[in-house]
Write a protein that binds this ligand. Structure first.
Ligand SMILES: [Zn+2]
Length: 210
């Protein structure tokens, strides 16, 4: 029997935490049954990097491709959740110990997941170092995921993203991995098919793989 799917998507709601400088998230009812309208209809206003989302190369590479050109095989299939104990940075020694393999989808569970219980942006989130990004590219990792709003440190955001995206490494950000034990999983990650966009909110689910 298969294990149950676990939703690791951060719920999208008005006022939720977002990366500093990005647009706020607003879900507004513009029609409402209780007000006599024929149906309830909401308007959604948000940046494409809101909540759980996928980054596309064009986010940091001017002539890169958009979210609708990311191969679905980067986003669906076996994934390995690894726990990191590093207080701040996922660096090369920590990555080497994990023995990343070519073609792997690697999801980092850090202390970041606990930030999902607060609405304020947590500036001291755990991130992948630039050298770490280069190491994962050398190893041929296919997809990386992390449990807060950026894979990169704010001081090296552009080079870290560019290193991964230029190499065709898919980036999933803002996973909620609180309920997930490290180990092998199957993953389904489906970002919205926004034409040419630099990112898109995604629904992500994991199922334990025995
Ligand atoms: Zn992003």
């Amino acid at each position: 029997m298969n294990e149950a799917w676990i939703d690791v998507t951060v719920p999208v709601r008005s006022g939720m935490v977002h990366f500093p400088g990005d647009p706020p998230i607003e879900v507004t009812r513009v029609l409402e049954l209780s007000k006599g309208d024929p149906a309830t209809v909401s308007r959604l206003s948000l940046g494409v990097h809101s909540g759980t989302h996928v980054d596309a190369p064009v986010h940091f590479i001017a002539d890169g491709y958009g979210i609708d050109s990311i191969p679905l095989d980067d986003l669906i299939g076996p994934a390995r959740v690894v726990a990191t104990r590093d207080p701040r940075v996922i660096d090369v020694p920590a990555l080497r110990a994990l023995e990343p393999r070519a073609g792997e989808r690697l999801l980092f569970k850090t202390r970041n997941s606990n930030f999902w219980s607060q609405d304020e942006f947590a500036a001291d989130y755990v991130y992948l170092s630039l050298e770490g990004a280069r190491f994962l590219v050398e190893r041929g990792v296919r997809t990386v995921g992390i449990d807060y709003l950026s894979i990169a440190g704010t001081h090296e955001s552009a080079p870290t993203h560019t290193t991964l995206l230029r190499a065709g490494v898919c980036i999933i950000e803002a996973l909620d991995l609180r309920a997930i034990e490290p180990g092998p999983y199957e993953m389904i990650c489906l970002p919205l098919r926004l034409a040419g966009a630099d990112g898109a909110p995604a629904r992500v689910a994991l199922r334990r793989h025995s």
